[in-house]
Design a binder for this molecule. Structure first.
Ligand code: NAD
Ligand code: GLY
Length: 376
C-alpha cells in the first residue's frame, strides 16, 4: 500500500500574467522536482542556498530534481544578513552566468529571507530578468518574504534600499523544514505571523493567542498559521503589487524595526522578526497615545509577544542604542519616507491597521525617549 500524499494547501497570488501559486505542506522539498518540472523550458536549474541550509536540505532537493531528470548545480553562500550585500549579489549573478543560465531557465532560491531576497534580485537583473522559484526554509520566509516579489540587498545607507519587484514563478513552503530551524529563528519568524493578525484579522490573532505555543511542534497548526498568513499576504499583494497603497500595511512595526536593525548593525543583537515584534508593540503604543486604539490593546499585544518568548521592548536589545533623536534620524532613511515625512502603520484596534501620514514627530520622539529610559 502506498502512503497517501501529505495534505498541501495552495494559495494563488492573482497578478494576471505574473500570477503564481504558493504551495504549503509537509515534505514539499521531496516532490519539488515534480512541482518545478512543468515550469521549465529545458530540464536545467541553478540552485542558490546558504551554508547552514545546504547540509540540512540541499541533498533532498537535488535528489528530487534529479528524479525528474532535471540537471542542477548549486552555489552555497555564507549564512546571515550580511550576505545580502553587493559582493554576494555579484558573486551569485556571475555564478549564474557561468552556469549558462539563459533567459528561459529557472533559478531556485533555497533558504530564508536573506537567500530569497538576494537570489530574487539576482534573477531580476540577470539577462534583464529570469524566472525563479522560492523554496523558503524559515518561518519568516514562508509567511512573508518568499511571497510578493520584493527582492533586494542592504547597503551602507540602509536596509533593502537597492532592489526590484520580481515575482517568483512558484513558491514551495515545506513546513517540515521548519523543524530544523533554531528556536530563536522560529520565534523571530513568528513576529511576522502575528503581524497579520494585528494588521488585519482579529480572529486570527485570537486563534494565535490560543494556539501559537503549539506551532513549533504541531504540524497541523503550523500549516494553518502559514496558510492564513500567506492568504493575507497574497490578497494584499494582488490589490497593490508595488506598494502604492494597501501593501504598506504589511509594514506594521517596520519603520521602528528598520531603524533598530540599522542601529544594531544588522547583527544577531536583533533579528529582523524580533525587530518587527518590538516595532508592532511600539506601533500599538503610538496608536494608543494618539487616541486611536484602546489603551488595553498595547498591553494585550505585549503579553502575547512575551508569552511567545519574543523580544518586546527596547530594553530587550543588548548593547548600546542611539538616543530618541538618533533613532528618528535612522527612520528618515526608511523607504516609507515621502517628502521627508515619516509614514507609520497605526491601528484603530487589533486587526485594524491603516496608513498614517501625519504622525506628530514629537509624539514619536517622546515615545522613543520613554521606551529608551526603561533600558536603565
Ligand atoms: P535568514 O535567511 O538569515 O535565515 C535565518 C537563519 O536561519 C540563517 O542562519 C539561515 O542559514 C538559517 N536557516 C534557514 N533555514 C533553516 C532551516 N530550515 N533550518 C536551520 N537553519 C535554517 O533570515 P530570515 O529571518 O529568513 O529572513 C530575514 C530577511 O528577510 C531580512 O533580510 C529581511 O529584510 C528579509 N525580508 C524580506 C521580505 C520581503 O518581502 N522580501 C519580507 C520580510 C523580511
Ligand atoms: N514584507 C513587506 C512586503 O512584502 O511588502
Amino acid at each position: 500500500m502506498t502512503a497517501s500524499p501529505a495534505p498541501r494547501d495552495t494559495v494563488r497570488v492573482e497578478l494576471g500574467s505574473r500570477a503564481y501559486e504558493v504551495r504549503i505542506g509537509p515534505g514539499l522539498i521531496d516532490s519539488a522536482g515534480a512541482d518545478i518540472a512543468p515550469l521549465l523550458a529545458r530540464r536545467k536549474v541553478a540552485v542558490i542556498t546558504d551554508e547552514t541550509v545546504a547540509p540540512l536540505h540541499l541533498p533532498r532537493l537535488m535528489a528530487a530534481l534529479a528524479a525528474e531528470g532535471i540537471t542542477a548545480n548549486a552555489l552555497t553562500l555564507p549564512a546571515g544578513e550580511t550576505t545580502k550585500d553587493w559582493a554576494n549579489l555579484a558573486r551569485a549573478t556571475e555564478w549564474l552566468l557561468e552556469q549558462k543560465i539563459e533567459r528561459r531557465d529557472m533559478v531556485v532560491a533555497l533558504g530564508g529571507g536573506v537567500i530569497g531576497d538576494l537570489v530574487g534580485f539576482a534573477a531580476a537583473i540577470l539577462r534583464r530578468g529570469v524566472r525563479f522559484v522560492q523554496i523558503p526554509t524559515t518561518l519568516l520566509a514562508q509567511v512573508d518574504s518568499s511571497v510578493g516579489g520584493k527582492t533586494g540587498i542592504n547597503t551602507a545607507q540602509g536596509k533593502n534600499l537597492v532592489g526590484a519587484f520580481h515575482q517568483p514563478s512558484l513558491v514551495l513552503a515545506d513546513i517540515s523544514v521548519l523543524e530544523t530551524l533554531p528556536p530563536r529563528d522560529f520565534r523571530a519568524g513568528y513576529g511576522e505571523v502575528v503581524k497579520y493578525g494585528l494588521l488585519g484579522d482579529a480572529a486570527f490573532f485570537d486563534w494565535l493567542e490560543a494556539k501559537a505555543t503549539t506551532l513549533a511542534t504541531d504540524a497541523t497548526n503550523r500549516q494553518k498559521a502559514v496558510l492564513r498568513s500567506v492568504q493575507m499576504k497574497a490578497e494584499i499583494v494582488a490589490r497593490d503589487e508595488t506598494e502604492e497603497g494597501d501593501r504598506a500595511l504589511l509594514n506594521l512595526g517596520h519603520t521602528f524595526c528598520h531603524a533598530l536593525e540599522k542601529a544594531t548593525g544588522y547583527s544577531d543583537r536583533l533579528l529582523h522578526g524580533e525587530g518587527v515584534a518590538i516595532g508592532c508593540a511600539l506601533a500599538f503604543d503610538l496608536s494608543s497615545r494618539l487616541g486611536l486604539c484602546a489603551q488595553e490593546d498595547p498591553s494585550r499585544v505585549r503579553a502575547h509577544l512575551r508569552a511567545m518568548g519574543l523580544k518586546v521592548d527596547l530594553s530587550d536589545i543588548p548593547g548600546d542604542l542611539p538616543g530618541a533623536e538618533g533613532l528618528l534620524a535612522l527612520m528618515g532613511q526608511d523607504k516609507k519616507v515621502i517628502d521627508g515625512r515619516l509614514r507609520f502603520i497605526l491601528a484603530r484596534g487589533i486587526g485594524r491597521a491603516f496608513v498614517a501620514e501625519d504622525v506628530p514627530p514629537d509624539t514619536v520622539r517622546n515615545l522613543l525617549a520613554e521606551a529608551l529610559a526603561t533600558r536603565g
